[in-house]
Write a protein that binds this ligand. Structure first.
Ligand SMILES: Nc1ncnc2c1ncn2[C@@H]1O[C@H](COP(=O)(O)OP(=O)(O)O)[C@@H](O)[C@H]1O
Ligand SMILES: [Mg+2]
Length: 255
């Protein structure tokens, strides 16, 4: 898997009313990498994600996966949004199976994959529950299982835990870290949460707003895999504080 963005810009509107939302975004990522884009609200994160997902087209520049231009959504790029996107009238298992049925997979294959990926996200015992019977964190795990069931080469996460309470968010971050360690998935995460980006990603691209552009890219070194301990460690807290100061500078209105 190789995702490659080359000088990708996006503006909305025409002529004098046109506004540039993304300005020449370039980056690549490879199989097994966990990459995060970190930017404040309005910095163009969701716009970027929609381009990678193939839901929208760039105004200029190009996006490719394995050398093939990205033109439309595809099962090879699985996506999870901030807002719960489950069908409320379908059970957890039916939600996971839904996309597989659209793909017209064999019935047994659908049952097996659904059971397997519900197990991966720790929800085997909740297969028959409707979304409203599940907590927010569990609903997002169903959404992740649904994305994984299509066996994507790349998992796209747009602020997937943004709507969750702090404690649930922390346990979901630990879940995602563990999932990534276990499966070697390629993950592109978009977030405004500094701690989340620093804890989870190997590489962080910092987006400045208006227009959204990469101002710095950093490589994050992790020694252990225990997120709960890392969260409280001195070097981590220092790094988080420095990054917070950097982000505040970016958000200052131009004089
Ligand atoms: N379809 C659209 N039409 C016009 N403006 C848009 C559209 N989508 C996003 N924008 C604008 O692009 C900017 C970035 O939005 P978005 O990508 O949602 O940022 P983020 O996800 O980082 O909060 C915002 O100013 C938003 O108003
Ligand atoms: Mg957004």
């Amino acid at each position: 898997m190789e995702l490659c963005l080359d000088q990708v810009s996006k503006s909305f509107g025409e002529g004098r009313k046109a506004s540039l939302v993304l300005d020449r975004i370039s980056f690549t990522m490879q199989t097994g990498q966990f990459v995060a884009f970190l930017g404040s609200s309005g910095s163009g994160k969701s716009t970027l994600m929609r381009l990678v997902a193939g839901l929208d087209q760039p105004s200029s520049g190009s996006l490719s996966l394995n050398g093939q231009p990205i033109r439309k959504p595809s099962a090879e790029r699985g996506m999870v949004f901030q807002k719960y996107s489950l069908y409320p009238w379908l059970t957890a298992a039916q939600n996971v199976a839904f996309g597989l049925e659209l793909q017209r997979l064999d019935k047994q294959e659908i049952r097996d994959r659904t059971a397997f990926f519900l197990q991966v996200v720790g929800l085997s015992d909740w297969a028959a529950c409707l979304p409203r019977q599940l907590s927010g964190g569990m609903q997002q795990r169903v959404a992740i299982a649904r994305a994984l069931a299509a066996k994507p080469q790349l998992l796209l996460l747009d602020e997937p835990f943004g709507a969750l309470d702090l404690q649930i968010r922390e346990s979901m971050q630990e879940f995602l870290h563990d999932l990534w360690c276990r499966t070697g998935l390629s993950i592109l995460l978009i977030t405004h949460d500094i701690e989340e980006a620093l804890l989870l990603a190997q590489q962080i691209h910092i987006l400045a707003p208006r227009p959204g552009r990469i101002v710095r890219s950093l490589v994050v070194e992790h020694d252990g895999s225990d997120l709960a301990g890392l969260r409280l460690s001195r070097p981590f807290l220092n790094q988080r504080q420095a990054l917070a100061a950097e982000m505040r500078q970016l958000d200052r209105p131009l004089a």
